[in-house]
Design a protein around this ligand. Structure first.
Ligand code: GAR
Length: 195
């Protein structure tokens, strides 16, 4: 299963996916390309580290969505990779229906809360400020409803009395780093096996 990763920032989850691949924990999945929507995004450095092509692709002038030309640029570049799975690993941009329709059931997203709680930006901060005792992370299929597609898997993270926002963030990220490669490996097996 050919995997394309889209990211915007640090790339710690893309790094976890590539480390899992290196250690033989990614099933039948193989990362073939990383695309980032910011030229300075640290995720791009993973390309050289893991021997995977990594490239900045201009998304257009908007901050949280594509313009038409940017969307076409991404769709063309992704099509050329012939992916079986597209992983949004910290990709901070909303995909429009045309994008999603070209890859039905093939796009998954990682979100740092137990959806449907705390969709949108700063999910860990939202959970922290709301004072919930359990939060976590979710991997879900991407549909036209933002952060609303079918949930593939989740990990719960308990908020301890001595947590700070920083320690909580670190534990949610650690949970993400385990969850996302495991879901990709599982999908690679189930999709290879067919319906
Ligand atoms: C992750 O915590 C991911 O859940 C979040 O961005 C971070 C990316 O970190 N994604 C979202 O909030 C999407 N709505 P990374 O660049 O280190 O992988």
């Amino acid at each position: 299963m050919r995997v394309v990763i889209l990211g915007s920032g640090r790339g710690s989850n893309a790094g976890a996916i590539l480390a899992a691949q290196q250690e033989g924990r990614l099933g039948e999945a193989r990362v073939v390309q990383i695309f980032a929507d910011r030229p300075e995004a640290p995720i791009l450095a993973l390309g050289a580290r893991f021997g995977v092509p990594a490239q900045f692709l201009d998304p257009g002038p908007f901050k949280t969505k594509f313009d038409e030309a940017g969307e076409t640029r991404y769709l063309d570049a992704i099509r050329a990779c012939a992916p079986g799975l597209i992983v949004l690993a910290g990709f901070m941009r909303i995909l429009k229906p045309r994008f999603i329709a070209e890859h039905p059931q093939k796009i998954i997203n990682l979100h740092p809360s137990l959806l449907p709680s705390f969709p949108g930006l700063d999910a860990i901060g939202q959970a922290w400020r709301r004072g919930v005792k359990i939060t976590g992370c979710t991997v879900h299929e991407v549909t036209c409803e933002v952060d609303g597609g079918p949930i593939l898997d989740q990990t719960a993270v308990r908020i301890e009395p001595d947590d700070t926002l920083e320690t909580l963030e670190a534990r949610v990220h650690a949970a993400e780093h385990a969850l996302l490669p495991a879901v990709i490996a599982r999908l690679s097996h189930s999709r290879a096996a067919g319906p």
